[in-house]
Design a protein around this ligand. Structure first.
Ligand SMILES: Cc1ncc(COP(=O)(O)O)c(C=O)c1O
Length: 446
């Protein structure tokens, strides 16, 4: 007899409440909605349909229920379910080749993981082994995952719970054109990074690790010239340039990878997860340049895990990358993203709480402020509680739209397969919901 799955939402809700931790939350006040299915850009809660305007946790790039990916998982499950990582296996070999094909520069060899945090853990290990140096520089406004090392790499308040964390991680200030000491001046931001390099001792720094476009820590897009300058600084000091493409990878920003928004800049190490197979089966990885790969021809790669290159996850990855190519989804992200950005920016005329709407491709952030002139965030960054974000989330859900909200930000990152009608539905809900933010900015009341 097969496994009996219950579809009684009340039972699911009760089991969830009694036996399941919900991440990053105090548990008592939570009443998670039970999702019973999903298709394209829409979540189903029985008969209720909710627009998934954040692609889950900004991972379901290909949309829910993609038949090609489902079939690939089913066929792989019927053929071969698990193979020890030291054996060859078709799905993981093919996916590693496809990743070498779609990533920028000469990134060529991949170590697979089960997610983005683990990918970043391995990335810093590889950088340390390759360079013989210990320190890693990262940005304060950043997120790199939930494991001990990855949390130390991150800069926002999620790091505090993991402190004292791992050794050798040093943070620097983001090149944030909207709200930083450097404004849109890439050279000033780069001078700051170089000063930090000198204070820390370049000969001790293995790598600089950063998200090309910062994700949940504020959707920050560095100015033109920034990554070019970082590449030069890294080359000058023998430091590796490492990009965390866990969120920005696989079409999210309208390019295959976020770093390609700075054409001609090639990283030494790239980490990925999420969009590699759209979250259908847990998968991440770290991909390195040819010269780093060669180093491990004769030096042991001290990394690995039971599930590295899991066939079900890799088969889903192969099918997802094929679908991105066959359906032109990367170009679609750029095209839809440009018009969605314009529509969302248009809301600023009606909503004084909008400070800025910025984004690339289908990766857009609405930055809410108390006052447009001062750009003071509408909710203090790093606040342990997020009353505004919770209120916005609830208002959106009343209108059957799910979007990731945090502090003073609404993140709009729909699946790349969304239709123009889907996007218009989401924009209308955001327009109506922003009345809450306007009131909060004007009166302090939610
Ligand atoms: C930029 C970035 N890096 C790393 C991670 C961690 O990935 P995972 O949750 O798969 O461990 C995330 C998760 O959201 C992320 O956004």
């Amino acid at each position: 007899m097969g496994v009996v799955m219950r579809t009684d939402p009340a039972a699911v809700a009760s089991d969830t409440r009694e036996h399941l931790f919900i991440s990053w939350s105090a548990q008592a006040a939570l009443t998670p909605l039970v999702i019973t299915g999903a298709q394209g850009a829409w979540l189903h809660a029985d008969d209720r349909k909710i627009l998934d305007f954040s692609s889950g946790l900004i991972c379901v790039n290909i949309g829910h229920g993609h038949p090609k990916v489902i079939r690939a998982i089913q066929e792989q499950a019927a053929k071969l379910q698990y193979v020890t990582p030291s054996f060859g296996e078709e799905s993981r070999a093919t996916l590693s080749r496809l990743i070498a094909e779609v990533t920028p520069g000469d990134l060529t060899k991949t170590l697979f993981t089960t997610g983005g945090s683990e990918a970043n853990e391995h990335a810093i290990k590889i950088a340390r082994l390759y360079t013989g140096r210990h320190k890693i520089l990262t940005q304060w406004r950043s997120f790199h995952g939930q494991s001990q090392g990855a949390m130390t790499l991150g800069g926002d308040n999620r790091r505090w719970a993991a402190e004292p964390g791992i050794t050798g991680v040093v943070h620097f200030l983001n090149a944030d054109p909207y709200r930083s000491l450097f404004g849109a001046d890439a050279q000033k931001a780069l001078a700051h990074v170089e000063e930090v390099i000198w204070y820390e001792g370049p000969q001790h720094i293995a790598g600089i690790l950063l998200e090309p476009i910062v994700g949940t820590s504020g959707l920050i897009i560095p100015p033109p010239g920034y990554f070019e300058g970082l590449r030069t600084l890294c080359d000058k000091h023998g430091i590796l340039l490492m990009v965390d493409e866990v969120m920005t990878g696989f079409g999210r920003t309208g390019k295959w990878f976020g770093i390609e928004n700075w054409p001609g800049v090639f990283p030494d190490i790239l980490t990925f997860a999420k969009g590699v197979n759209s979250g259908y089966v847990p998968l991440g990885g770290v991909t390195v340049s040819a010269k780093i790969a060669k180093h491990f021809d004769d030096n042991v790669l001290w990394a690995g895990s039971t599930y590295s290159g899991h066939p079900l996850a890799c088969a889903a990855g192969v099918a997802t990358i094929e679908a991105y190519r066959e359906e032109g989804l990367i170009e679609r992200s750029a095209r839809l993203g440009a018009s969605l950005l314009k529509d969302l920016q248009g809301l600023a005329a009606r909503h004084p709480s909008i400070g800025e709407v910025r984004g690339k491709g289908l990766f857009i952030g609405i930055d809410l402020v108390k006052d447009r002139a001062t750009r003071e965030p509408l909710e203090r960054w790093n606040n342990p509680m997020s009353p505004l974000a919770n209120a916005l989330k609830n208002e959106l859900m009343k209108r059957n739209v799910y979007a990731f909200c945090r502090w003073n930000m609404i993140f709009v990152a729909p699946p790349l397969v969304s239709t123009a009608e889907d996007l218009a539905f989401g924009v209308k809900a955001i327009d109506e919901t922003l009345a809450v933010a306007d009131r909060y900015a004007a009166t302090g009341a939610l």
